[in-house]
Design a protein around this ligand. Structure first.
Ligand code: FES
Length: 247
């Protein structure tokens, strides 16, 4: 079909008392970022379509019931949005509590320590207490997929945000990954779970780059720790932009 021309219509709304004007169709999360307000998030990232699964980015909209996800809710003219209220803080802490309750508590020895969005968000929402002590038991015994020579998938560290699936599909166009099962049993699989190497994976690294935890992590980081700086390049053959990490 004929591509639609991009919307030139704009919408003005108020977020935490600040007026902001953005193109129609923009999400509340992106509009907030325009004013410098970073709404807590886990399943959203700047270069992926929003998915709305982690429920960390909830906001309040005046005159509306409930707490919609800001990453999937489009702006409307005259909307009055609040991103920081006592109720939202409590909801976000509860969401993080559930995530952490099903995550191994080995941050100090985890290769992603200091470079982990789950760890960051626990700090951002002020998590101090976890009432449900699963400690990642659901996937601790699952096999780690180390079939790919460049990176490793550890299901016990996975929060099933599906950023890797969307990066593989939407950014890379490879469609190698999918979410298997539901609820506590859910995890990411490549192909028919014969491992990454046997799947359609082309080792582009888009999934690793977007993973917010150490579920998908480069083998060099496991072996040598985090690089002290990274050089991001985009070569002529690929639109993804790989992160070459220098030691
Ligand atoms: Fe909006 Fe996850 S960032 S639901």
């Amino acid at each position: 079909g004929t591509p639609e021309s991009p919307s030139t219509e704009t919408v003005t709304l108020t977020i935490d008392g600040q007026a902001v004007t953005v193109p129609a169709g923009t999400s509340i999360m992106r509009a907030a970022a325009e004013t410098g307000i970073q709404i807590p998030r886990l399943c959203a990232s700047d270069n992926l379509e929003a998915f709305g699964s982690c429920r960390l980015c909830l906001v309040e909209i005046e005159g509306r019931r409930g707490h919609p996800a800001s990453c999937t809710t489009p702006v409307e003219d005259g909307m009055v949005v609040r991103t920081e209220t006592g109720k939202l803080h409590a909801l976000r802490r509860n969401v993080m509590e559930l995530y952490i309750s099903d995550h191994p508590l080995d941050c100090l020895t985890c290769p992603a320590n200091g470079d982990c969005e789950l760890q960051d968000m626990a700090g951002v929402v002020g998590l101090r207490n976890v009432r449900y002590g699963l400690e990642g038991a659901n996937h601790l015994d699952d096999a780690i997929d180390a079939s790919n020579p460049y990176f490793t998938y550890d299901p016990s560290k996975c929060i099933v945000c599906s950023r890797c699936v969307r990066a593989c599909d939407d950014v890379q166009g490879t469609y190698a990954l999918t979410v298997q099962a539901r609820g506590f049993d859910s995890r990411i699989i490549a192909g028919q779970d014969d491992g990454f190497l046997a799947s359609d994976c082309v080792s582009c690294g888009a999934c690793v780059q977007t993973c917010p935890t150490s579920a998908l992590i480069e083998n060099t980081v496991i072996d040598q720790g985090q690089a002290d700086h990274a050089v991001i390049t985009t070569c002529a053959y690929c639109g993804v932009g790989c992160g070459f990490k220098a030691e």
